[in-house]
Design a protein around this ligand. Structure first.
Ligand code: DX5
Ligand code: ZN
Length: 217
């Protein structure tokens, strides 16, 4: 089954001093979603933005907000990000401490699409129980925390195995560019979160279209 490839530029790679105009720029360039990395300096060694900035961005773009929570205790922050305008809320299985089912049903009770993410070293078995409940699985192809890292080829087989058992959206995140997009699409990924490749591109429209074109005819 041929899935439409959606490109979700990751704003962590944008010029943080001009976030609003950067978001407008990639919306005009044809992005499908806006990937917003939320980091708390505890679950991952970096700190980024919170619900207030998400809400400010929600006011200036029509793009669906694909919010990626790399935070400890995500359950305590779901309402705030839902209120802020998130359309997708993705939590890490590693941060759910065994109550992923309740976290995911809470996201859905807030009327949002629920995603679950797993780090490169986390096996698919860790999310098997929640696959029936989520709209999206976000497969990390770098260690979470920073943009501009090198794609981890070792994660490719996990995407392939996931697509065999999951019919929903498979998103990939980390080091996605013209070289790596083809691998992940051929394994079944249909949402590409891409930061540096798009925001550092001279022509973001060409960069976005280039990623989509990696889908074999
Ligand atoms: C990493 C983030 C990714 C990353 C993407 O923790 O979740 O969204 O910033 O940036 P690139 O595409 O530059 O790896
Ligand atoms: Zn991300």
């Amino acid at each position: 089954m041929k899935r439409k490839i959606k490109v979700s530029p990751s704003v962590i790679a944008a010029d943080q001093a001009r976030l609003g105009s950067e978001v407008r720029r990639i919306e005009k360039a044809g992005a499908d979603l806006l990937h917003i990395d939320i980091m708390d300096g505890h679950f991952v060694p970096n700190i980024t933005i919170g619900p207030d900035v998400v809400s400010a961005l929600d006011k200036i773009t029509q793009l669906p907000l694909d919010v990626h929570l790399m935070i400890s205790n995500p359950k305590e922050h779901l309402e705030a990000f839902a209120q802020a305008g998130a359309d997708y809320i993705t939590v890490h299985i590693e941060s759910c401490k065994g109550n992923a089912g309740r976290v995911i049903s809470r996201i859905k009770s807030l009327g949002k699409k629920a995603g679950v993410s797993l780090n490169p070293s986390t096996p698919l078995s860790a999310i098997k129980k929640v696959l029936k409940d989520v709209d999206m699985v976000l497969v990390m192809t770098v260690e979470p925390g920073f943009c501009g890292q090198k794609f981890m080829l070792s994660v490719v087989p996990k995407i392939k195995s996931l697509r065999k058992i999951f019919k929903g959206d498979i998103a990939v995140d980390g080091g996605i560019n013209q070289e790596t997009a083809g691998y992940v699409i051929s394994c079944g990924a249909n949402i590409l979160a891409s930061g540096s490749h798009i925001f550092k591109a001279k022509n973001p429209r060409r960069a976005i279209e280039g990623l989509r074109r990696c889908q074999k005819k």
